[in-house]
Design a protein. Structure first.
Length: 326
């Protein structure tokens, strides 16, 4: 009987789908990440890998695991995958797009509003016994009504955030991608701008690009300095897209007004990071897709992809379709 390695405990329904097709499962359930060597070793005797968490699917891994029929990621981001090496190797790899877009956009929206009203910091003042005398000029946040939301990466998640921001606050939408998103322009009257213009115009700038060589470190002191002093920076994409020390400097020197992060650089973040004590900063521990409904859909989608790979059929959410072309 062929075996599938699953690198974290996931929804029982998804595991059942795989068992029902007649495959055996090994589910790694320790609360620590596998080292690259451990992952390679564990893949021995398995026909497919359902990869959950930050496993590196690089050239070395792919060369060592040529026997796998396919790899299904339980995430939409595939920055840990060397796609070119996978194509060279003829290894199909899938991800889980769309099913997590709304949940992740919810977290971006939550951070945007929480930063604007200093919500996390205000909560801490109660815990510290500092809810005292009412002062009308203290604890003031910003309103979002009619402001401009800039989206870097108006794809699936960026579009969901833009819809919410437009519906809730009538925000103007400007965006920057490598190519225009005509659908978003039609739906939301969104305006395509250059990256520099996005920095200049945004009251809230939310990052939704994939992490690639091009986008690594895209937000640094030079870019923060081009933003408005009242700007709120939101990153729910990947921590390495911003330079965290530069972000701290930009906030401490009031170059920008606030920041909301669901992703940090590194992860987990240092619990002594100055970001955690700043009034206009809200940080979450990478929970973008963490709802019962979404994690269930992601697990089922990954299971459906792995079953297809085991049967030698096309994975529906393949990220390297080139390898199916004759
Ligand atoms: P998507 O639909 O592919 O959207 C990405 C957008 O970024 C596209 O519009 C793309 O447009 C644009 N883009 C890519 N590279 C760019 C560049 N160099 N310059 C400018 N724009 C660029 O992806 P998605 O499903 O929305 O997911 C986006 C990312 O969110 C994922 O890669 C993942 O890292 C992150 N994510 C995080 C969480 C979380 O838990 N916090 C959950 C899910 C996803 P063009 O191709 O036209 O440039």
């Amino acid at each position: 009987m062929e075996k599938v390695l699953v690198t974290r405990r996931i929804s029982e329904n998804a595991l059942e789908l795989i068992r029902n097709e007649g495959y055996e499962l090994s589910v790694y359930s320790e609360s620590r990440d596998l080292t690259p060597m451990e992952l390679i070793k564990m893949c021995e005797g398995h026909a497919a890998l359902l990869s959950v968490g930050p496993n590196k699917i690089d050239e070395h891994f792919l060369n060592s695991c040529k026997h796998l029929k396919g790899i299904a990621l339980m995430s939409v981001g595939y920055d840990k995958v060397d796609v070119n090496a996978a194509i060279k190797q003829g290894m199909p790899i899938s991800n889980t797009p769309d099913v997590l877009s709304e949940a992740t956009a919810d977290v971006a929206f939550l951070l945007m509003l929480s930063v604007a009203r200093k919500a996390f910091y205000m909560h801490k003042t109660i815990e510290r016994g500092e809810w005292g005398f009412f002062e009308p000029m203290k604890n003031l946040g910003q309103e979002l009504y009619g402001k401009t939301l800039g989206v870097l990466g108006l794809g699936r998640i960026g579009l969901e955030l833009a819809k919410k921001a437009k519906a809730a606050y009538g925000m103007e939408i400007v965006y920057h991608n490598r190519s225009k998103n005509q659908n978003a322009e039609r739906l939301l009257d969104a305006t395509y701008v250059s990256f520099d213009e996005l920095l200049r115009q945004s009251d809230v700038l939310s990052v939704h690009v994939n992490l690639t060589k091009e986008t690594t470190g895209m937000f640094n002191l030079t870019t923060f300095e081009k933003m408005k002093p009242n700007a709120i920076f939101i990153n729910t994409a990947r921590g390495a897209i911003h330079h965290e020390e530069d972000l701290i400097t930009a906030l401490q020197n009031k170059i920008i007004w606030g920041a909301g992060l669901d992703v940090t650089n590194p992860e987990p973040m240092d619990r002594n990071s100055p970001l955690l004590n700043m009034e206009n900063v809200c940080v979450l521990p990478h929970i973008g897709s963490a709802t019962e409904e979404t994690r269930e859909k992601m697990a089922v989608m990954a299971a459906q992809n792995i079953i297809k790979a085991l049967k030698g059929e096309r994975m529906p959410q393949v990220i390297n379709p080139e390898m199916y072309q004759a």
